[in-house]
Design a protein around this ligand. Sequence first.
Ligand code: ADP
Ligand code: MG
Ligand code: ZN
Length: 477
Amino acid sequence: MQSKDYEIIIGLEVHAQLATRSKMFCRCEVDVDAAPNTKVCPICLGLPGILPQTNDQAIKLGIRAALALGCSVNLESRWARKHYFSPDLPKGYQITQYEHPLATGGALELPGMDKKVRIRRLHLEEDAGKLVHSSRETLVDFNRCGVPLAEIVTEPDISSVEEADTYLKELRLVLRSLGVSDAEMERGHFRCEPNISVRPRGQEKLGVRSEIKNLNSFKAVREGIERAVKDQIEWLEQGEKIVQTTYLWDEKLRELKPMRAKETAADYRYFPEPDLPPLILAGSEIAEIKSTLPDLPAVKRKKLIEAGLSEQDAAVLVAEPEWEEYFKGLLVEASASIKEASTWLLNEARGIMAERKETLAEFKVPVKELASLIKLLRDGKLTRPAAKDLLAAMADKGRGAAELMEELDLGSVSDEGLLEETARKVIEENPDVVDRYHKGKTGVLGFLVGQCMKKLRGKADPNAVREILLKSLQESK
Ligand code: ADP
Ligand code: MG
Ligand code: ZN
C-alpha cells in the first residue's frame, strides 16, 4: 500500500501560558527571565505546610479563552494532583484539573478550509520548572514552577499537517487577540503536543498513536508530524505492531526519540487536591466575561472581506495588529477607500518591505506620508508609475512624499499650456491616425494618449491628457 491508502489522524494538546502578573497558586511574579530561582516561594517550591490559593485573573483568562472557543464553562470544576517524578517538579506533583475541567465541548473553525476542529476540553494547571543543561552539568531553575497554563485539547479531528498548522496558527491568534496569552512560541508560551495515528482507509478503529512532547515552533510541529506518519506507515507495511509511545523531537537529526512507553492515567495517581476547594463560578460571572469579548479573528476577517478586501489581505491585517493599525490610519488620514489602502499598503508597500527584508516597524514610511502619496495620486499630481517610484524612494530615504516628489521631479505636468502644446504636436505628427479617428475609429485615441504620455515622459495624469486631446481633436477637424 502507498501513503495515500492511509488516513492520518491527529489530535493536538496545546499549553498556553496565561498572561498574568503572578503565578497560579501563589503571589510570586511571573518572570521566567529573572535570575534563576529568584521568583520562588514556599508554595511554588512545594515546601511542607503550604496552602495554595487560586489566581482569579488566571481563571478569568481561562474562561475568556474557553468562551472564545465556544466551550461550555462548567459552573463547578475541580483541582487534582498529577504525580510524576522530575527534578524540575519539586512538589512531586502538578496541580491540574482532571475529571472536572474548567470547560468542555468547543470548536475552532479553520480559516479557508471549511473545517471545524472540535475542542474536547480546556483546563487550568501550573507549569513545572526548567532544566538548564550545559556540557558539564544540569542545573534547575524553579522560576517557572507554578506559572499558570491553559491546556487546550482537541478531538482527533485533524487529518493533515496543513490542518494542524492552520489550527495552531488560528488558536494562537485567538489567544493573542483576547489578551489571554502572548503565545510567544520561541519563549515556550505556546507549546504543542501532537498525537498522531494512521489507519488504512476504510478502517473504522483508530490506529495506535504516537505522542510528541512539547514542540515550540510551527516548523517542529510540521516536521514531527510528518516523521511520525512516515514511521507509522512503514511499521504497518512491515507488519509491526505499533506500541503507544511518547517521543521527543530531535530537531537536528529530524528524528523522533522514544522517551517512554505512554504512561496511562493510573501512572499519575491522580487524586483530588485536598488544599483547594472546587472552583465554583456563577453564571452571571461567565456572562459578564462573555460580554467583554472583542470580535474574534474570524469575525474581523469576515467584516474586512465584506468591505472589499481579498481573503489573503484580510488574513494579514487580522494576524498582525500593527498592520491593522496602519491600514486604519490610511483610511482616516487619506480618507482612502478600502481599495486604495489595500493597494498601497498590502501590495505596493508590502512588496517593497519584502524586497528590503523589512518589517512594518522598520519600514521608513509613516502612515501620514503614505497617506500624502495617496492624496497626491488622487489629485492627479502623480501618475501611478511615478507614485510607485516615489514610494520606493521614500522607503529608502525615509523622507516625506511631497518633498521627495519635488526633489526627484516625479510630479505630473499639470501645466495646461504644456499639455495642449503636446497634444497639438502629437496631432501634427500623426495625420493618418487623426484621419482614422475622424472617420469614426475612436479606438485610436489610446494610441494618441500614449504618444502624449511618451513626450511627457510619463509624468502627466492620463485622464487630463485624454481630455485635452479630445478637445484638440475636435478643433483639428
Ligand atoms: P492523554 O492525556 O493521555 O495524552 P487524551 O485521551 O487526553 O490522552 O488525548 C490526547 C489527544 O490525543 C487528544 O487531542 C485526542 O484527540 C488525541 N487522540 C486520542 N486518540 C488518538 C488517536 N488514536 N490518534 C490520534 N490522536 C488521538
Ligand atoms: Mg497527552
Ligand atoms: Zn511562589
